[in-house]
Design a protein around this ligand. Structure first.
Ligand code: GAL
Length: 684
């Protein structure tokens, strides 16, 4: 298989630059197959008006392209590509493999996925395939080959879009084909049955396997399945989708080695290890649908983009999908307030995006997504949404010089998918401890302070960062732990939360006081862990005489050589260390043994210069975010006001605000949901 094929990166920069250099890409999913031909011309006219320069075509078009097995119809697609090409609109051409046509499911029901209870899914929606089914794979690769053969040479195509949101809806299949594929994946990983039994700890509950043939996916069991089996099933499933993506990519690349390839991610999507996936793409792309009714939406959206930007630090990225206003798949679908779509689009650009696209161009008349907002609503051009969409398209056309300007971050938040899978497997001290909660707990105050954060794999080079944040890295390999230790010893700072360094890559506990390969950093011995009863908090006394609260969890620790900054004030755990600071080599570690409240966490962050609040953001007041992108020739200070009030942000004078083309003084006034992009040439 082609996954992890490093040659796939050859020529990547050139392919990406061909797509992105000199202009922000703007557009959306375009589904002309849902409309009569007359509408296509109108679409193109409106796209030009709206500044659209990239349209994603063909995502769900398999049944139109291959109405019966082996009978093809590409004429309509050629016409659409001609129309878009003549208007100068680039095409992001998608392979249609995310929604097989009814004939595939009807003729080959074995291509349909099966859930853990043994129920087979049916066709009539989308994503109804088992990625391990050889019949599905053959049919999928055949339609991709045909697509390339029929239209692959078309000049309008500027980007390949493989599939759509891999693993969305059906991330796991438990059928017999899957079982076969899982066994051979395990044989390759472990080499022998003894190694597998050892890794999974099958001496427990009489689970020892006498042959690989006895191994099955973690189907429905009376109680907890084996955690090692579950962890490997996550790895295996992510790898299998990736192999399928790479197989499609190989066909596309062979035909058009000049074109960039992407597939659309979904931010922090648990089933797929996007750190591994991103390396296989020329351009990373993501779909971001925050709930506009969620007061934390700006922070969550920022975190989404910081993650996506960080997946492969050498790859550019774009927003492939966002909504112009409402979605239709939550219980109550709050609309984006006027200006919010623009503000969120600038947030993406601020955090590094070189393209902003939507789902979808024109709102459907029929089907399950007809009440999802679009760039062109049911009311057509008259809708205020279209005015916003076209205003933004015109404006983004002025930001072409941003390409290649990198987001500056000196803080790395460490995360890994294997950790996510393992820490949220059941049968833990606190099954309500989630990876996202822990990450947001550490990230939120930094977002509010205007501190920009990259997300890093624990094993990647970390030398560029001053500070590491370690939010409950429960699963930490020896190599990852050594990387963290080396960073600190070389002069870095690490803020490490409870429940870190607990198990190795097999989900087996490091014995002794907790912490495994990073235990020596803690400055205390973690002897027990004590989740707190729901709603019960702790009062902490700080060495400087102040106090704060904490909750959820307490490591029952004994200080060793660290300096105790805060300890439990009273109750059964009185005197236990809660925050411990230690010097290690040239660096420093703050170990946080409980979930500190905002004030407590602020006290920790205040000790670390790189985590200090950005003065402009603090002065502006709540809701304003600021990110700096820098290239060799210029810096770009991007400000977004998510609040409904006017905010004044102090800025260094001498810049040019690009959306208005005005020179800036020493402050900028941002209206409600207003934005600013201030360019300063490097010589200034
Ligand atoms: C995405 C998907 C699109 C559309 C959209 C609706 O997950 O890729 O096809 O369904 O959601 O929000």
């Amino acid at each position: 298989m082609t996954a992890n094929d490093t040659t796939s990166r050859d020529g990547r920069d050139e392919r990406a630059a061909r797509l992105l250099a000199g202009r922000i890409r703007y557009g959306g999913d375009y589904n002309p197959e849902q409309w009569p031909r007359e509408v296509w011309r109108e679409d193109v006219r409106l796209m030009v008006e709206a500044g659209v320069n990239l349209a994603t075509v063909g995502v769900f078009s398999w049944a139109q392209l291959e109405p019966e097995e082996g009978r093809y119809d590409f004429d309509w697609l050629k016409e659409v590509l001609d129309l878009l090409g003549e208007a100068g609109i680039g095409v992001d051409l998608s392979t249609p493999t995310a929604s097989p046509p009814p004939w595939l499911a009807t003729r080959y029901p074995e291509t349909l996925p099966v859930d853990a209870q043994g129920n087979r899914y049916h066709h009539g929606s989308r994503q109804h395939f088992c990625v391990h089914s050889p019949v599905y794979l053959r049919a999928a690769l055949r339609i991709v080959e045909k697509l390339v053969e029929e239209v692959g040479g078309h000049e309008a195509i500027e980007l390949w879009h493989v599939h759509n949101e891999y693993a969305c809806h059906v991330p796991y299949c438990y059928c017999d084909e899957t079982a076969r594929a899982f066994r051979s994946w395990l044989e390759k990983r472990y080499g022998s049955l003894d190694a597998l039994n050892d890794a999974w700890g099958t001496a427990f509950w009489s689970q020892r396997y006498a042959s690989f043939a006895e191994v099955i996916p973690p189907r429905m069991t009376p109680t907890f399945a084996n955690p090692g089996q579950e962890l490997d099933f996550h790895r295996f499933s992510s790898d299998a989708f990736l192999d399928e993506m790479c197989a499609e990519r190989a066909i596309l690349r062979a035909a058009r080695p000049d074109l960039a390839v992407t597939t659309n991610f979904m931010g922090a999507f648990k089933p797929l290890d996007y750190f591994t996936w991103a390396r296989e793409l020329d351009v990373v792309s993501t779909d971001n649908y925050q709930d506009p009714g969620d007061p934390d939406a700006p922070m969550r959206s920022a975190l989404h983009y910081d993650l996506v930007r960080s997946l492969d630090k050498s790859a550019p990225w774009i927003v492939m999908e966002q909504s112009s206003s409402r979605v239709n798949w939550r219980a109550h679908n709050a609309a984006k307030l006027p200006g919010a779509m623009r503000a969120y689009s600038y947030q993406a650009v601020a955090r590094g995006a070189d393209g902003v696209l939507f789902f979808q161009w024109r709102a459907s008349r029929a089907g399950a997504e007809k009440f999802h907002s679009a760039m062109v609503s049911h009311a057509g051009e008259a809708s205020p949404v279209f005015a916003e969409v076209s205003g933004l398209g015109q404006e983004l056309a002025r930001l072409g010089s941003l390409y290649g300007a990198r987001v500056e971050a000196s803080v790395a938040l460490l995360a890994s998918w294997p950790n996510w899978w393992a820490m949220e497997a059941l049968a833990k001290p606190a099954n309500d401890l989630t990876m996202v909660d822990q990450v947001e707990w550490m990230y939120r105050p930094l977002y509010q302070r205007g501190v920009t954060v990259d997300v890093c794999r624990p094993d990647e080079p970390l030398g560029a960062y001053d500070v590491l944040l370690v939010p409950s890295l429960y699963l930490l390999t020896e190599a990852e732990g050594a990387n963290v230790v080396a960073h600190v010893e070389a002069g870095g700072t690490a803020v490490i939360s409870f429940w870190s360094g607990i198990v190795d890559e097999r989900d087996q506990v490091y014995l002794g006081p907790y912490g495994g390969p990073i235990r020596a950093l803690f400055g205390c011995d973690v002897l027990e862990v004590a989740p707190l009863p729901a709603g019960e908090g702790l009062r902490l006394d700080w060495a400087d005489g102040t106090s704060s609260t904490a909750g959820f969890w307490l490591d029952v620790a004994r200080a060793t050589d660290g300096q105790v900054l805060a300890s439990v004030a009273d109750g059964p755990w009185a005197g236990r260390p809660a925050v411990v600071e230690s010097r290690r080599g040239a660096g420093r570690v703050v170990y946080v043994a409980t979930r500190l409240d905002d004030a407590g966490l602020a006290r920790v962050y205040d000790r670390v210069p790189a985590l200090a609040p950005e003065p402009g953001v603090t002065a502006a007041g709540p809701g304003v975010e600021r990110v700096v992108r820098r290239s060799a020739s210029a810096s770009f200070e991007i400000l977004v006001n998510h609040s409904g009030e006017q905010r004044t942000v102090p800025v260094a004078p001498g810049g040019l605000e690009l959306t208005t083309d005005r020179a800036t003084g020493d402050s900028l006034v941002l209206g409600p949901r207003g934005v600013a992009v201030v360019r300063r040439d490097a010589s200034r």
